[in-house]
Design a protein around this ligand. Structure first.
Ligand SMILES: [Zn+2]
Length: 342
């Protein structure tokens, strides 16, 4: 079993009316957590790596761990996706190494911080779409900018500074032919998304619904969509952590998004919280322990629990066996003969 096209997973998700979680990884334990959750819930999966993760893992470690995942879990359609590629060169290096999907985030300039022009965004995205589709690889793009900053990437500020304009989103998809579109509706990267449970003033689900009306066949992507459950923050603080009160995106809002064209839901923070809470608990309760497995095993288990829960909530659970994965060469042929379009 090889790593597969994200486009096929998203098309299937659209047919079935469900969403797919995209979970970030940096190391073996996180990959194992996701794959075990996928097997347990029979879910197709998107595993994604940021530029920071590629640097941390020297790229090839991560890639070969993902190949191991496809050998050990052959029944799970598994995508390896680049999260927030900052330039065509970054995306092309990922494709050349074996990523089956890339995000070209041209909403920011190559520095990953400065909001770009519409024209810049269209130009870099188109360049990546041409290179990727010729190889059967999927492209996610972004219009509007998310708030916050993480791993040195992001426009900073609140999620409301650069909310997506629905008319511009429509023009952008027509101009680029991207497979999936990330939109900015008030969310931010990181743990500190909202200072209260979000309502329509800060989480613009109405804009998402408007974009879906204009682009009914485009797969929408929600970034910064950890729910930041209070229970996970509490565990960290109970065992010596110092996290402030914060609110994420409630699962019911994500489910509303899924009813309105959202097919990919990015979750990272919740898993980071689960891992850190589990490790802190072992350190605090049994300070005499020093074998890393004594705390990495519970960390892995805690992340697996969160991922499995999200897989059920997003609706991808039970769908791993619905279809046979197409090889990338077949996807490339389909793009060439325009059997798949934006
Ligand atoms: Zn993101």
């Amino acid at each position: 079993m090889a790593l597969v096209s994200m486009r096929q997973l998203l098309d299937e998700a659209a047919k079935g009316g469900y969403g797919i979680g995209a979970f970030n990884v940096n190391n073996m334990e996180q990959i194992q957590s996701i794959m075990e959750a996928a097997r347990e819930t029979k879910s197709p999966v998107i595993v994604q790596a940021s530029r920071g993760a590629r640097a941390y893992s020297q790229d090839r470690f991560l890639y070969h761990l993902m190949l191991a995942a496809t050998e050990i879990y052959p029944e799970i359609p598994t995508v390896l996706h680049l999260d927030h590629g900052n330039s065509p060169a970054t995306c092309i290096s990922a494709i050349d190494m074996g990523f089956t999907s890339v995000m070209m985030d041209g909403s920011l300039m190559e520095d990953g911080k400065t909001p770009s022009s519409f024209e810049h965004n269209v130009a870099v995205t188109k360049e990546v779409v041409e290179y990727a589709h010729a190889r059967g690889v999927t492209v996610e793009a972004e219009i509007g900018c998310l708030g916050g900053i993480e791993d040195g990437h992001g426009s900073g500020g609140s999620g409301l500074d650069h909310v997506t304009d629905p008319a511009q989103a429509e023009d952008f998809v027509k101009a680029t032919g991207c497979d999936a579109l990330a939109i900015a509706i008030g969310t931010s990267h990181g743990a500190y998304k909202f200072t209260r449970k979000p309502d329509g003033d800060v989480l613009k689900m109405d804009i998402l619904i408007e974009i879906h009306k204009r682009l009914p066949t485009t797969h929408l992507v929600m970034h910064g969509s950890s729910s930041v459950p209070k229970e996970l923050i509490d565990i960290i603080n109970q065992y010596g952590g110092k996290m402030k009160t914060t609110f994420g995106v409630p699962v019911e809002e994500i489910q509303l998004g899924i009813k309105n064209g959202v097919r990919k839901v990015n979750v990272d923070t919740d898993n980071r919280l689960a891992i850190t809470g589990a490790i802190r608990k072992v350190f605090m309760e049994t300070p005499e322990k020093f074998d890393p497995r004594d705390y990495l095993k519970p960390a892995r288990e805690a992340m697996k629990k969160v991922v499995a829960e999200r897989m059920v909530q997003f609706g991808q659970a039970g769908h791993a066996g619905d279809y046979t994965s197409k090889p990338l060469s077949e996807m490339a042929e389909m793009y060439k003969s325009q059997l798949v379009s934006a």
